[in-house]
Ligand binder design. Structure first.
Ligand SMILES: Cc1cc2nc3c(=O)[nH]c(=O)nc-3n(C[C@H](O)[C@H](O)[C@H](O)COP(=O)(O)OP(=O)(O)OC[C@H]3O[C@@H](n4cnc5c(N)ncnc54)[C@H](O)[C@@H]3O)c2cc1C
Length: 462
């Protein structure tokens, strides 16, 4: 390898969390040598590349609000500073989120909007303001033909949130990658980390067969420490500190030596749609006041239906991307196992089950938008990636153990919190108790740890 064979810190994963961590590490601790290793051929090709790439600051948990809002602010400030992040494609397009709500959910949302501290840039809408939405059925009479279940709940209001919209993932990944590299961070692509190894340290005793340390050494303070990362092609890099930002695949590296993440990878699919009914929605001029408009005109917002199904406008491609969080029909885990195979054959197309649009997603959309079950909507493509689900919908940043730190648990909203998490990782490695976010807020690192976790669980996982 062209790079050195020893680094102060190795970051596993060049997704948004690994990239932002490397970028902030380079700023925070410029004296350290840092290497980012990724199994893919370029940055952001894991779940980031498969994602919806939406951002929002409307979360029920105050910690999530803070992490997302400060990151979105940072992304916005980058746009203000750099022309190439504004045109031809903007890094951020804040066209807003619109939750279409049944009566049973309005109370919880109104409570969120009514808070005095940390107010949201969002407002409640009455049904009259929603009627201009093309093809909308506010009070559906059935789920689908011949079903015997009680009809879906009618929509009796909405909430429009303004500090929300889409981020261009390739621009974000490129920014962190290029800036980190400029600061001296090395990158190694096409290299899969197969194992975090203790071998090569004189002071650690290892089992002959498994090459893992004897348990009693954990009681000798400071003794157990990672020695190197082993790559699937037989090479290795020596280091005493590793940041595992490997997304859904992190557990494959961490579980073999008893390092828990408490997170569960779940496959999630996306479907791109086109056609006459899609065009009508994309051409809709809603009675809303988003931050970013098209020549002063509001556009279709990101729609969240009462069933949890979501519709993202993709204006340039004249498409809508449809999705729904699925923690029911997909087994927990990843198809790929870098620790077993020494490579990561992540295939977005394989994870997008085309037939699931008709069987799983359409029934969650068509009661409220009947034309999505007709020939007026065409299914173009399907693909998928993973959510790394934490138990409470908030990210996880562990304390350093054996020189290893895990950051993950994105629960489907890691891109929109990546900058904040990168800052917290750098603060963790600097040995501080708090990190400073782009918004100026101070954040207690242990809030996101597993041992001293102190967060309000998230109710709005999309
Ligand atoms: C369908 C879908 C929709 C989504 N929508 C949104 C959204 O709207 N907004 C949002 O913020 N988030 C969304 N997400 C979630 C988002 O993709 C994740 O939060 C984000 O990608 C997590 O970042 P990460 O860096 O932890 O993981 P990843 O992006 O998966 O990056 C991990 C990297 O680690 C590398 N890696 C893993 N194991 C190894 C190894 N052993 N050796 C070397 N490299 C390794 C991988 O190649 C990968 O590049 C969505 C995800 C999906 C699947």
């Amino acid at each position: 390898m062209e790079e050195k064979d020893r680094y102060d810190v190795v970051v596993v994963g060049a997704g948004p969390l690994g990239l932002a961590s490397a970028f902030h590490l380079a700023h925070e601790l410029p004296e350290l040598s840092v290497l980012v290793v990724d199994a893919r051929s370029s940055p952001g090709e894991g779940s980031m590349g498969a994602s919806n790439s939406m951002v929002r600051d409307l979360f029920s948990s105050p910690e999530n609000r803070l992490l997302a809002r400060s990151s979105i602010r940072f992304y916005r400030s980058l746009m203000d500073e750099q022309e190439e992040l504004r045109t031809p494609v903007p890094l951020l397009d804040l066209f807003g989120y619109l939750w279409l709500l049944p009566e049973s959910e309005r109370g919880a949302f109104h409570e969120l909007l009514g808070r005095q501290t940390d107010p949201l840039d969002a407002r409640a809408l009455e049904p009259g303001e929603l009627r201009s939405c093309p093809g909308i059925e506010l009070a559906p009479s059935r789920w689908y033909e011949d079903d015997r279940a009680p009809p879906p709940e009618p929509i009796t209001g909405g909430v429009f949130a303004r500090f929300c919209g889409a981020v261009a993932p390739e621009l974000l990944a490129r920014f962190y990658f290029e800036e980190a590299r400029r600061q001296g961070v090395d990158f190694l692509f096409g290299a899969c980390v197969q194992r975090l190894s203790f071998e090569g340290r004189e002071e650690i005793l290892l089992h002959e067969r498994t090459r893992t340390p004897f348990a009693f050494q954990e009681h000798v303070k400071g003794r157990l420490r990672v020695a190197r990362v082993d790559l699937g092609d037989g090479r290795s890099v020596r280091t005493e500190r590793v940041v595992v930002a490997a997304g859904a695949w992190a557990e494959k590296l961490l579980y073999p030596f008893g390092f828990a993440t408490a997170c569960a990878p779940r496959a999630q699919s996306l479907f791109s749609l086109s056609g006459a009914a899609v065009d009508e929605l994309l051409d809709w001029e809603p009675p809303l006041d988003p931050i970013d408009t098209a020549g002063g005109k509001p556009r279709m917002p990101f729609l969240v239906l009462p069933t949890g199904a979501t519709l993202k406008p993709v204006f340039r491609q004249r498409q809508i991307w449809a999705a729904q969080v699925d923690t029911v029909t997909h087994p927990v885990g990843t198809l790929e196992d870098p620790a077993r195979d020494g490579r990561l054959d992540f295939d977005m197309r394989r994870l997008g089950e085309r037939e699931a649009f008709a069987t799983d997603l359409a029934p969650a959309i068509t009661p409220y938008l009947p034309s999505f079950g007709s020939s007026r909507v065409r299914l173009e493509r399907s693909w998928g990636g993973y959510y790394c689900m934490s138990p409470d919908g908030l990210p996880v940043l562990t304390v350093e153990r054996y020189g290893v730190v895990f950051v993950g648990g994105d629960s489907g909203s890691g891109i929109m919190k990546a900058d904040a998490l990168g800052r917290l990782v750098a603060a963790r490695l600097a040995g501080r108790t708090h990190g400073r976010l782009a918004s100026g807020d101070s954040f207690l690192l242990d809030k996101l740890s597993l041992a001293s976790r102190e967060v309000e669980p998230e109710r709005l996982v999309l």
